[in-house]
Design a binder for this molecule. Sequence first.
Ligand code: ADP
Ligand code: MG
Length: 342
Amino acid sequence: MLDSEFAFITRLERHFPHKHPLLLRGIGDDCALVTWPEKVLISTDLFLEDVHFRRSYFSPEQIGHKALAVNLSDIAAMGGTALGFSLGIMAPRSDSLSLEYWDGIMAGMARLASRFNVPLIGGDCSRGPCLGLSITVWGESERPLLRGQCSPGDAIFVCGPEGAAGLPLGLARSGFLALEELGLASLEIYPQATAAHLQPEPMLAAATVLASNAGVRSLMDLSDGLATDLPRLLGAEIAPHEGKRLTHGAALRMALEDLHPEVLELSSRLGRDPLREALLGGEDYCLLGVCESGAVEKLADNVPGFACIGEVTAEQELRCNGQELLSYAGPGFDHFRERGQA
Ligand code: ADP
Ligand code: MG
């Protein structure tokens, strides 16, 4: 049980032992002292119990992993490299998590941090209504890949984990639906979908290769679903169902056999349209981007998990296999809409 903030921070520090050349002073002083690049990428994401994860089917290691992974994914989405992060912890007031549980959260986070050589520089702790983690991550990119840089004729691509059995679209949503319906039994039935929801892999390595190719023009990570995120990538200030005109359109082409077999299987079990799941499904944390059409071949050869899914058009309409995107999908996930996730 947590009974002393000082003892807790000391325990936490043991999980993050690694020194980093940019970290001049870490945990233990009023502020951290870090060497800062000339242009910095900065992003913050909250990770809250029963909003973003459930304790009933996430292991503590997966909670720690995913809280950091979704932040690192934003750095990848800019074609960047992560340089450091800070961590806010809210410990639930109502019940006391065991120290072993906290160790699990820290171990899962520390493992991912050390894989990408990102130091934890400090943070804060407080009691609160639920278990929650807030992370701010920063990084740098030689060529930050912004949204909204595209022209008609450019290719639209996704880039997911290496060696996946199909497009990563809708996979995490399928995992979420399976876990909600079947609980931990779904780990065996839908191993890749549940892993996509429980333990997403930030696409940092692929992002570096994409940023180094001059043909890649725009990049983002898919957190709210393709139907919502695609217009953002193409330069609409907000999604079209929220009332803004598109600056460009898209013609997507996706056959059912391109989708992940677990998305197909779960959709058939639940009586849902798998293409709709792929277009609507959020939290895939794969990369979505636009490149010049001439760059596709080289990227497909050099970037594992790269797949072209369509092209940018001048029509200011979003279509998939000829049909209007919103007629399949409706709006994607929105925390402030009452029923964002269908
Ligand atoms: P202060 O009262 O000055 O905010 P704290 O007592 O909250 O300091 O924290 C002491 C030290 O421990 C600081 O260096 C802070 O960055 C670090 N720290 C506190 N909470 C965390 C955390 N969740 N993760 C990493 N470092 C933390
Ligand atoms: Mg503090």
